[in-house]
Design a protein around this ligand. Structure first.
Ligand code: ADP
Ligand code: MG
Length: 453
């Protein structure tokens, strides 16, 4: 019989993980690693499926994340291996000058005719996008002939909606910056953290987005990479995706006497496949019908429910004579539209609550809880990206006294975030264990952004 402790996924001790990783690196590549870089996963209070509509998102970095040990090469080869048991297929080698969108790099025995879908795309993708960035930004100019040996290990669930993909991208790009660009080479390795300005971090996050969109082919909107690259300890990052400006907001007012817990359902998603893109395309078709390139512009600065109803009425009026919206089902487009708009309203409300602008809200924790749960209903009924286990986890959490709970991440698998008083946690974990043996719990203690160890 499992003990309740087994339900918790520990973040591990960074120093121990690092020292284990560098000794594995030595075994694998026959030489020492030059350094280790870390990037965190994230959990969102709100803001799912709206980063690409220029909405506001509210991510926090987890203490769980991805570690990349690396050493530079001068022969232009990039050799990569992951220690994740489900993905490890030995060392993958690519020519660093043959990578990029639609590239099918292969240079050794692990020769793959088609690398699409392979995890290593996230790593060579960011080397490619860093080189693109470096072409116009001298700090990031990648040294001619640069290559690297890379070993990866993660304490995050992979495909669990906690953004292991962005963690891999961000840890890898920091390794490449440190080992192959003037910004890294002009500073001792552990000074990289101080050398990276906010603007640098913003540019690197954008480069990671390019890699995921253009090389991996996943429709990510920038939320995950911004969280991993720009999060702050103890803060929720209020990210305005109109211009990718961020405002770190104190989370203390929510967590006083409460805990945020992410529940990995054990059901992994695959964002790179069609369902996520369909949802996005339906929402974008609705935005186009309304005449907006960015759906956020359909709402006022401080939007309310009435504004959402107004936009929906306008959609109904425009769609009345149509049989489809850009070839897509009208009702489906309307539901995606409603999710995006109500999610934007929830984000703005949370932003004002957490930034202390919303006076008169006495029970901030229960208000935040209600917003979480409303977000779940919207993910379930309007975005239609939830799934049975996630719905069960949310129902169970609420029945066990959680203030609120919602699916986070892209959906079709992934994790639920819940807010609960510590006294309720033992009963909650016992109840969750009954739902599925694969469930794992993660304590969400908002942490700092990607860094060199
Ligand atoms: P999420 O970001 O929510 O975890 P994604 O589907 O966006 O889920 O990303 C998961 C993919 O990212 C994996 O299938 C794999 O290709 C890659 N990945 C993430 N972490 C690792 C890792 N530690 N080792 C190798 N590949 C990884
Ligand atoms: Mg991801």
């Amino acid at each position: 019989m499992r003990t309740t402790d087994a339900v918790w996924l520990a973040p591990g001790e960074p120093q121990e993980i690092q020292s284990d990783l560098v000794s594995r690196f030595h075994e694998e590549y026959g030489r020492p690693a030059s350094g280790t870089w870390f990037a965190p996963g994230r959990a969102n209070l709100n803001g799912e499926h709206i980063d690409f509509h220029a909405g506001r998102c509210l991510p926090m970095a987890l203490t769980h994340g991805t570690y990349v040990a690396a050493a530079p090469r001068e022969d232009g080869l990039l050799r990569m291996r992951t220690l994740d048991a489900s993905l490890d297929d030995g060392v993958t080698t690519v020519f660093a000058d043959q990578i990029g969108p639609q590239a099918k790099p292969a240079a050794d025995d692990a020769l793959k005719d088609d690398s699409s879908g392979h995890w290593s795309q996230y790593v060579h993708g960011v080397l490619w996008s860093l080189r693109e960035l470096g072409a116009s930004h001298p700090d990031f100019h990648v040294t001619e002939g640069f290559g690297a040996d890379i070993l990866v290990v993660s304490t995050l669930p992979i495909g669990g909606g906690l953004s292991s993909s962005a963690a891999l991208e961000c840890a890898s790009i920091l390794a490449f910056v440190a080992l192959g660009t003037p910004l890294g080479l002009q500073n001792p390795l552990d000074d990289l953290n101080a050398a990276l300005t906010r603007e640098h971090r913003k540019q690197l996050a954008a480069a990671c987005v390019r890699a995921e969109v253009e090389v991996v082919g996943a429709g990510t909107g920038g939320l995950d990479q911004t969280a991993a690259m720009r999060a702050r300890a103890g803060k929720v990052l209020s990210l305005d995706c109109r211009d990718f400006s961020v405002q770190p907001l104190d989370i203390g007012c929510i967590l006083r006497g409460y805990r945020l817990i992410a529940v990995d359902t054990g059901q992994a998603h695959r964002l790179a496949d069609g369902q996520f893109s369909d949802r996005r395309a339906e929402a974008e078709a609705a935005a186009q019908l309304l005449g907006f390139d960015r759906l956020r512009d359909a709402l006022p600065e401080k939007p309310r429910k009435a504004d959402v109803l107004h936009v929906l009425e306008e959609f109904d009026r425009l769609a009345e004579q149509l049989e489809s919206v850009a070839g897509r089902d009208i009702e489906a487009c309307r539901r995606r539209l409603r999710h995006a708009l109500t999610e934007m309203v929830r984000s703005e409300k949370l932003h004002h609550l957490l930034s202390g602008e919303a006076y008169g809200v006495r029970h901030i924790t229960s208000t935040v809880g209600d917003i979480l749960t409303a977000g779940h209903m919207s993910m379930r009924d309007d975005a239609e990206v939830s799934f049975t286990v996630a719905d069960l986890v949310v129902e169970t959490a609420l029945a066990q006294g959680a203030e609120g709970a919602r699916l986070i991440g892209g959906g079709f698998g992934g994790s639920v975030l819940l807010l609960i008083a510590p006294a309720g946690v033992p009963r909650l974990t016992a109840a969750l264990e009954k739902i599925s043996r694969n469930i794992r719990l993660i304590d969400v203690a908002p942490s700092s952004a990607a860094h060199a160890l």
